[in-house]
Ligand binder design. Structure first.
Ligand code: NAP
Length: 283
């Protein structure tokens, strides 16, 4: 597996498996299938409600802990967030059945962001999470967080797919040592992505599917990607993306698909902010 080295020296796989929207009762089987297919990076979150099932799949896999890279995410916490963040982290750790995670992400740039981040810095210093990062941070929020804190986020996990490519932001993050990670790499199939003629045409040169072209396009840009699927055959297809390279011309063609806009949530829309920022998890 190709890897990237984060700004604190931690090595992270470039391709992994995401479990958003997999019902808890199906997650253990899906993660077990993904591990059998070769995935070693697993991406879950407290808000997905399936950390326990991910933990069961890890425990029954027999794979040495050091070979796995497990990410989970902190949901929005009220101020003062120091204690709340530690409690939320401990809950995640218990549900996962682990003694540390590899990457802990702040899921949204809302709530007591600075209290949350300082608590995450403490968890990182104590070795309870090998790296810390953020998700859904737009450039203004990311730079302010970097400037006002000791630890620069190792990763920013943001919506990134052929219709929202984040090219300028990618360069800015690289300048600051923040690793770009894609969520929704397939745009969850929106805009009829899997039938896109340009992507299908590129794939024909290599005998690859649209999904494989998208994953290679992301990884060739050094963007970590975590496709989700509940089907073993698609997990295998999505894992088989490192035996071909897209040409510069093909990368330039794919660049023309960028609309520069989110297909999901606009984190600057006051209604979306209020909806996300007010949500609290039950446990
Ligand atoms: P995604 O990976 O863009 O798309 C998943 C969809 O694509 C599913 O409907 C899946 O269907 C289908 N699919 C997968 N492989 C396919 C293939 N080879 N051919 C055709 N269809 C295929 O969506 P996502 O789950 O939203 O994003 C990926 C991960 O990013 C998540 O699981 C989560 O870990 C993370 N994420 C993070 C955030 C955040 O706020 N930080 C937000 C969203 C997602 P089947 O399952 O039926 O195969």
């Amino acid at each position: 597996m190709k890897t990237v080295t984060l700004n604190n020296g931690v090595v992270m796989p470039l391709l992994g498996f995401g479990v958003y929207q997999i019902p808890a009762e199906d997650t253990e089987r899906a993660v077990s299938d993904a591990l059998a297919a070769g995935y070693r990076l697993l991406d879950t979150a407290a808000a997905y409600g399936n950390e326990e099932a991910v933990g069961h799949a890890i425990a029954s896999s027999g794979i040495p802990r050091g070979d796995l890279f497990v990410t989970t995410k902190l949901w929005v916490q009220d101020a003062p967030a120091q204690d709340n963040t530690r409690r939320a982290f401990e809950t995640s750790l218990t549900k996962l059945g682990l003694d540390h995670v590899d990457l802990y992400l702040m899921h949204q740039p809302f709530g007591d962001v600075y209290g949350q981040w300082r608590a995450m810095e403490a968890l990182n210093r104590e070795g309870l999470t090998r790296a810390i990062g953020v998700a859904n941070f737009y450039p203004d929020r990311l730079i302010d967080l970097i400037v006002n804190n000791e630890i620069t986020p190792a990763v920013n996990q943001i919506e990134t797919h052929p219709f929202f490519q984040r090219t300028d932001y990618h360069a800015l993050m690289r300048e600051h040592g923040v690793q770009h990670q894609s969520w929704g790499g397939f745009a969850e199939g929106k805009n009829d992505l899997f039938a896109n003629p340009l992507l299908a045409d590129v794939g024909k040169d290599y005998g690859k599917s649209v999904a494989q072209v998208v994953l290679r396009w992301l990884t060739q840009r050094d963007v970590i990607t975590i496709p989700k699927s509940v089907r073993a055959e698609r997990m295998a297809e999505n894992f088989d993306v490192f035996d071909f390279d897209l040409t510069d011309e093909q990368m330039a063609e794919i660049a023309t698909l960028d609309t520069g806009r989110s297909l999901f949530f606009d984190h600057h829309d006051p209604e979306i902010v209020a909806w996300l920022a007010k949500r609290r998890l039950d446990a």
